[in-house]
Ligand binder design. Structure first.
Ligand code: ADP
Ligand code: MG
Length: 889
């Protein structure tokens, strides 16, 4: 760092202008990434495949035999194939890169005195950064404020235990660098919170210095692609085997070696689905883009497919099913008195009432002090930053005449115990006229246990726990989230360090109920899940009664017995896996669950045979997110750890988006099947055609160049178009498919055989009939090639739906597909008229009558596949009219 400007104001951070200037001058806070592949490299890579080597060999053999025309044609096919592959791969890569950009991390900074979210790469020297449990430290920082702050530095040091961090004096930070007062880029905050000033960014950070390779994204291939590669290889072997058989038959029939060789090459090119992996990446990339539009960001491609096959969603409550817009609606004092006016707009009148109520004042004070929220005022509007519970409490306190800033001035803070979900309370220690006072807020059960007295009319009397629990029950029965408050004085002999051991013998101050409205789109989404065979369970840290009321409002299906608590889960765990599995088989709502129990529940659900999607946001959720079949992190309130552990991120934290994502996942998987069906069935058809010809002693039905041409004009655009098919509309009315189900399931195999037989046998019958009726072999091949181009075009349409009629699929829903088919017809008919090309391909113009006959024959394929689908629908009882269309937008 060449220049060091004086440290900025401790609380205000940099000005936006200054930050922008520094960003220009020092560059972004990111490590140099590996440059993306350029188009030329991608093009060259297309030629690194065994299939291409076979074709090259064929070209060389043709040249050696002085068949310059064939050799030239093969060369052109090679280059065109390479170009198609390049365009496909390039666009798939671009889509993936765009999604990577969507996942860029943000960090919280203070600029111009305001808390802001900025992309982590925009951080500059001297920025004031806020970190808390679950966030990744975005740059190297000097810590100037630490609250129970601990960092996991294993990435840098290999040390697996979190390291405690302390604050340093901002004035001395640069003269006395000390690793315990610094946090380093890339390390993870595991506990507490803190603020720090950036002293190094980008490649100047420790991380940047030691490891460029950590930053390099691993380019491991996703499992789905590996499986597909394997699948393609299997097909290739099957093709090779058939080819060997053909060659043997050919030799027995004393065909020339050259002829046999060229035939094998042509068939190999036609039947080996070399373009499949790329077409499937495209299907996935399109799925990713559609999901991103539906607020679902997919971190790894296979997660798309997994999301489509999940059978259960284990969801959070707050923010996911509800809006996480909390407002205090009820206040109940320990004597049972309701304070109804707070929460309405009648601020002035409440203020007077508050002045009359010591207890209410004490309650609001205990709500405002152990509170990490911030209120911002513009005109009459109150807005807040931070935890929604905290903000709602600050708003209520403010309306009741207790202002956060003022009260903090009267009670200077000495120490804080911040809220963590596993503790369910927050507390703070303050200086006051009569010694150190402690204020606490949190879950009612927790606070009732901490208190031994309660405040009634300004006097502390013995606590009546039963009465307080009944008051709490009355509030939770309304579906409210309930918080309790208490305060106390610390005797001089119990001096610092302050900690949770001080939280005893407190005075209970009352309860507050907050409404968190359900998201309006949730009931529909839950209904959609039901029809899609997906079960829903709720896992929450909140009260069981509150959770049940919210679940009912959301339209979840459950009986009271299916509501269990963290205690029940713990007891069941003690009986071992079976105990827990029995519990999770029936439970629907898990309330008062500790974050650490989530993983056990998720594992148990999986043992019960479910394919589970789990939502989570906190650092404690990370293990469950990682071990679930599909981890879904919250993009807004989620921590960095949660996001990094999940396969999927919801950018709007909304439950309904998950359902949209599941639909897109099913669409993407269906599209992959469509592409595979199209490619495999036409490839096998060509092999069947040749096998039959050889067995019947007919001449080679198509020339090698004709096979190459067929492959060129009927694939490429069409399979990409199929990969982009829109939803059929009934994706959510089927139960999820088993994740272990192979792509080539019996249904697919049957469809492939039916269509391959129609094409192969129909083609050979046509060829035989033509020759029997005096056609020359050349003109018979000419018409057979036309028939095959038409067959494959018809098959493109057949592939658009596995179960529904072709006529149900709207043409304008997939213009690319229509264009692809028309283009292949135009190319083929055109080639018949272009002198050089028609000679090379041994084709010649056909009459409209001949074309019509070929089309009529090709349409038999449509007829057969329609009957096939009809039969299928009868069998499964899924009638088109019974389809449930669900609109989630
Ligand atoms: P959820 O699963 O609905 O997100 P949480 O785990 O966030 O529930 O909260 C569990 C309980 O912790 C709440 O019912 C409440 O009693 C308490 N709680 C939540 N937020 C705070 C907070 N900011 N301060 C104190 N206590 C809180
Ligand atoms: Mg929560």
């Amino acid at each position: 760092m060449s220049t060091v400007t004086p440290p900025p104001g401790r609380h205000d951070g940099l000005s936006q202008k200054d930050a922008e200037a520094r960003l220009l001058r020092f560059g972004p806070n990111s490590l140099p990434a590996a440059p993306p592949d350029n188009i030329f490299r991608i093009f060259m890579r297309q030629f690194l495949s065994p299939l291409i080597y076979i074709l090259l060999a064929a070209a060389i053999v043709s040249l050696a035999l002085e068949d310059v025309r064939d050799a030239f044609f093969i060369g052109v096919v090679l280059i065109l194939n390479g170009m198609i592959g390049t365009i496909q791969e390039y666009s798939a890569g671009r889509a993936a890169a765009a999604l990577n950009r969507l996942q860029e991390p943000f960090s919280t900074v203070v600029r111009e005195g305001e808390i802001r979210q900025v992309p982590a790469r925009d951080l500059v020297l001297d920025d004031l950064v806020l970190v808390e449990a679950g966030s990744r430290v975005p740059a190297d920082i000097d810590i100037i404020e630490a609250l129970d702050l601990r960092c996991d530095e294993s990435l840098l040091t290999g040390e697996s235990l979190p390291v405690a961090k302390e604050a340093t004096d901002p004035r001395e930070r640069l003269t006395d660098p000390n690793p315990t007062t610094r946090a380093f880029a890339g390390t993870m905050v595991t506990r507490g919170r803190g603020r720090g000033i950036v002293f190094a960014t980008g490649s100047s950070t420790r991380m940047g210095q030691i490891a460029v390779e950590i930053a390099k994204r691993s380019s491991a291939r996703p499992p789905l692609m590996v499986r597909l590669d394997h699948f393609s290889k299997t097909i290739a072997w099957a093709v090779a085997g058939t080819m060997a058989l053909l060659v043997v038959i050919g030799l027995l029939r004393s065909m020339s070696l050259h002829e046999l060789f060229m035939m094998s090459v042509g068939l190999a090119v036609a039947a080996i689905p070399e373009g499949l992996p790329v077409a499937i990446s495209i299907a996935l990339a399109i799925g990713m883009r559609r999901m991103a539009k539906a607020h679902v960001v997919v971190r790894t491609m296979p997660a798309i497919e997994s999301l489509g096959s999940c059978t259960m969603i284990a969801t959070d409550k707050t923010g996911t099913l509800t809006k996480n817009e909390l407002a205090v609606t009820d206040i109940v004092l320990p004597d049972g008195k309701q304070v109804p006016t707070i929460g309405s707009s009648a601020i002035a009148s409440t203020h007077e009432k508050v002045a009359n109520s010591e207890t209410l004042y004490a309650l609001l004070r205990a709500a405002a002090l152990p509170n990490e929220g911030r209120l911002t005022f513009n005109e009459n509007d109150l807005n807040g930053e931070g935890d929604q519970v905290d903000v709602a409490l600050l708003v209520a306190a403010h309306r009741g005449g207790v202002t956060h800033g003022e009260i903090l001035r009267s009670y200077p803070v000495l120490a804080r115990i911040p809220y963590e979900p596993d503790k369910r309370y927050a507390a703070s220690f303050h200086q006051s006229d009569n010694g150190v006072r402690i204020f606490a807020k949190g879950a009612p059960e927790t606070l009732i246990a901490m208190a031994d007295r309660m405040d009634v009319g300004g006097r502390a009397i013995a606590i009546d726990r039963g009465a307080l629990l009944r008051q709490k029950e009355a509030l939770t029965a309304k579906g409210l989230r309930v918080l309790a408050f208490a305060d106390g004085v610390i005797a001089a002999e119990h001096a610092p360090p302050y900690g949770d051991h001080h939280l005893v013998g407190l005075v209970f101050l009352g309860l507050v109920g907050m409404r968190d409205p359900i998201r309006p789109e949730v009931p529909d989404a839950i209904r959609a899940c039901r029809s899609a065979g997906i079960e829903i369970v709720m896992i929450t840290g909140d009260d069981p009664t509150t959770a049940s009321v919210i679940a009912t409002e959301a339209g979840m299906d459950f009986v009271p017995d299916e509501v269990v608590t963290g205690q029940t889960v713990r007891a069941a765990c003690e009986l071992g896996d079976e105990g827990l599995d029995t519990l999770t088989r029936s439970a629907r709502i898990y309330a008062r669950v500790e974050p650490a129990q989530k993983l056990a529940i998720v594992r148990s659900l999986a043992r019960n045979g479910h394919f589970v999607a789990v939502t989570g946001d906190g650092i404690n959720d990370a293990p469950a997110l990682k071990h679930a079949h599909v981890g879904i992190a919250m993009g807004r309130k989620g921590t960095d750890v949660a996001r990094e552990s999940a396969g999927i991120i919801l950018t709007d934290d909304n439950f309904a988006s998950i359902v949209g994502g599941i639909r897109e996942g099913r669409v993407a998987y269906a599209n992959i099947r469509k592409v595979i069906f199209m490619v495999i069935s036409t490839g096998i058809a060509e092999i069947v055609l040749f096998l039959l010809a050889m067995l019947l002693g007919l001449p080679m039905p198509l020339l090698p160049v004709q096979l190459l041409w067929l492959n060129l004009v009927t694939n490429g655009i069409q399979d990409v178009a199929l990969a982009a098919e829109k939803a059929e509309g009934d994706e959510l009315s089927y139960p999820p498919r088993a994740p272990s189900e192979p792509i080539l399931d019996p249904h697919m195999i049957r469809r492939v055989w039916h269509s391959a037989l129609v094409m192969g046998a129909g083609g050979i019958a046509f060829f035989w009939w033509l020759i029997a009726n005096g056609s020359s072999i050349d003109s018979a091949r000419n018409l057979l090639l036309l028939l095959f181009v038409l067959f494959e075009n018809v098959q493109t349409f057949n592939s658009r739906s596995e179960r529904h009629s072709v006529f149900r699929q709207k043409l304008r829903a997939n213009p690319l597909l229509v264009i692809g088919v028309l283009a292949s017809q135009a190319l083929h008919i055109g080639a018949m008229h272009i002198p050089g090309l028609s000679d090379t391909l041994w084709i010649s113009p056909v009459s409209p009558g001949e074309w019509a006959v070929a089309l009529a024959l090709a349409l038999t394929l449509l007829l057969v596949m329609e009957c096939d689908k009809w039969w299928d629908r009868q069998k499964t009882g899924k009638l088109e009219t019974g389809d449930l269309e669900i609109q989630l937008d």
